[in-house]
Design a protein around this ligand. Structure first.
Ligand SMILES: C=C(O[C@@H]1C=C(C(=O)O)C=C[C@H]1O)C(=O)O
Length: 371
């Protein structure tokens, strides 16, 4: 099969998931499960999939199920091919208006408030995000943005998913929440960030500064500890590197740790494990509930499916679920982009603002926009 074909065949409402190894395109819907009880979804979906003629369940989990349901689809058709390798870029067209939500100065204030709360005790880490609203005088092509994200190799997982609202979540994330192949599970948590630079010397300096940053190592350790703690009861063995490694996308450097484990019980599905891990301190904080509360107090918008999970599961229970970051929610003539960053007591508010600006570049570049 032509590897570019699936990407070109994508139309809004489809599910698209592309990695360096394969591309999945799910179209149509035999059954849809939309439920705020994600634990229930992770029980019901495998049972429905087992009795269905389709091979995969695909979809999205929200950041917070308080107002936004998980949305899993059994597609009518599932096509799987090799990695997409688009030859050229597509033109998106310019936005007619751009609005930051909240205003950058308000985000700096919110981060400052979070730092004070963290220093006063009780929380180790909280992740605060902001949004960019783009408006267009024409209908924006989700397919063209997806195409450019794949062309840029903007993240290890390029994705698009139809949402219950009829809108589309699309993006390219570097971060693997969980994959399961047979008895083996892998999670690749990311925390700790620095921007890439077009200048090789500055780029190396940024990477070295991140590798040596005590603040970023603390941010990362909180995350890895939580992943390990959640996976441990499910695994007979777990391999956790002592130190994180530098990982990169075309726009960001990160600290990442590849955690691998061997399952005790193969009946535990990829979706079940993803639901158990989510929300990790990569996108929420620690302790989880206190951080979630602080996020809802300090962010002036609903995250929806940003900082949730996106992925697929097959009839064996194998699957891949990525953390839904570096993304936008696309309506006909508007897009909302999201970007966040982990805050620890040693964080600096202005640096956190800059970090979110750098993270927006994944989508902005794909849209041919430099802000
Ligand atoms: C929250 C985001 O990214 C997450 C936060 C990171 C950090 O704080 O260093 C790094 C990678 C991601 O886990 C985002 O991109 O919106």
């Amino acid at each position: 099969m032509d590897t570019g074909e699936l990407l070109e065949d994508y139309t809004p409402g489809d599910f698209y998931f592309g990695t360096s190894r394969r591309t999945i395109l799910g179209s149509g819907s035999l059954r849809t499960f939309t439920d705020t009880d994600v634990a229930a979804l992770s029980e019901v979906v495998p049972a429905a999939l087992a009795g269905s003629p389709t091979s995969l369940a695909v979809g999205v989990l929200p950041f917070d199920t308080a107002g936004t349901p998980g949305h899993i689809v059994l597609p009518e058709t599932v096509r799987v091919a090799g990695p997409a390798r688009p030859a050229s870029r597509k033109t998106i067209g310019a936005a007619s208006a751009v609005r930051a939500v909240p205003e950058p100065v308000r985000h700096v204030e919110a981060v400052g408030r979070a730092i004070k709360i963290l220093r006063d005790g009780g929380l180790r880490k909280v992740v605060l995000a902001r949004a960019l609203d783009l408006e267009f005088d024409f209908e924006v092509s989700a397919q063209a943005i997806l195409h450019n994200l794949a062309k840029d190799k903007a993240g290890a997982y390029t994705y698009a998913a139809g949402l219950p609202s009829g809108r589309t979540l699309l993006g390219a994330t570097p971060e693997l929440l969980l994959s399961r192949v047979g008895g083996q599970v892998i999670s690749h948590p990311h925390a700790g960030s620095a921007p890439r630079s077009g200048d090789p010397v500055t780029d190396r300096e940024n990477a070295d500064a991140l590798a040596g940053s005590r603040k970023d190592h603390i941010e990362h350790a909180v995350l890895t500890e939580a992943i390990v703690e959640t996976l441990r009861p499910f695994c007979r063995s777990l391999d956790v590197p002592r130190e994180p490694s530098l990982v990169s996308t075309p726009t960001m450097w990160h600290l990442g740790t590849v955690v691998t484990g061997e399952l005790v019980d193969r009946d535990v599905t990829a979706l079940h494990l993803a639901a158990a891990l989510h929300p990790t301190p990569a996108i929420c904080g620690s302790p989880t509930e206190a951080a979630r509360q602080l996020v809802s107090e300090l962010e002036p918008f609903d995250r929806g499916y940003y900082a949730g999970a996106v992925g697929w599961m097959d009839t064996e229970g194998d699957g891949e679920w990525a953390v839904s970051i570096r993304c936008a929610e696309v309506a006909e003539r508007s897009l909302r982009l999201y970007a966040g960053g982990g805050i620890v007591p040693a964080s600096d508010p202005k640096a956190e603002l800059d970090e979110t600006s750098a993270k927006f570049q994944t989508l902005l570049r794909a849209m041919g926009m430099e802000l």
